[in-house]
Design a protein around this ligand. Structure first.
Ligand SMILES: [Zn+2]
Ligand SMILES: [Zn+2]
Ligand SMILES: [Zn+2]
Length: 159
């Protein structure tokens, strides 16, 4: 991180933003993705989210960008192992992947959990799909989807 330190007299916000931008650029480059300004903005937004976001939710955050551009950005991110998508009835939601995913494989073999109360979808990484030892076949896609009540809503219902 030392590398991105800049002059003391730069306003804090700008400095913070600049470091953030550099970090995202590095992240995108490490996934073989050209860091265009749109991609940096979408990545920055997704990084701040605790839950999966639909295209409409992402779109409403960027009032100046059009839906097609955001959609293309998400599709590129998905191809490059930056985000994974979760299909929910008629909606697709997107959430960032870990470093283990790349353009060849996604390794998001965990439960995706939809809360019936707050309607948020989250990754439950303590719930991982068991791996088999067989090398006779290759799984490219595997989905595990659950519905219920999330930890926050359970806590609230007990109060
Ligand atoms: Zn992934
Ligand atoms: Zn909930
Ligand atoms: Zn996930």
């Amino acid at each position: 991180m030392q590398k991105w330190m800049i002059r003391e007299n730069t306003p804090t916000l700008t400095k913070k933003h600049w470091i953030m931008k550099k970090n995202i650029e590095q992240k995108l480059l490490s996934k073989n993705t050209n860091p265009t300004s749109m991609r940096i903005l979408v990545y920055d937004f997704l990084e701040q989210q605790q839950t999966a976001m639909s295209l409409s939710e992402i779109e409403s955050h960027f009032y100046k960008a059009d839906r097609v551009t955001i959609y293309r950005t998400l599709k590129t991110f998905e191809e490059k192992g930056i985000v994974h998508s979760i299909q929910e009835n008629t909606t697709v939601k997107y959430i960032l992947c870990h470093d283990g995913c790349d353009e060849n494989t996604h390794k998001d073999w965990h439960l995706h959990f939809y809360c019936k109360i707050c309607k948020q979808t989250t990754c439950k990484e303590d719930f991982i799909i068991p791996q088999n030892g067989s090398q006779n076949y290759r799984i490219d896609e595997l989905k595990l989807f659950g519905k219920g009540i999330c930890e926050n809503c359970i806590k609230e219902s007990l109060q």
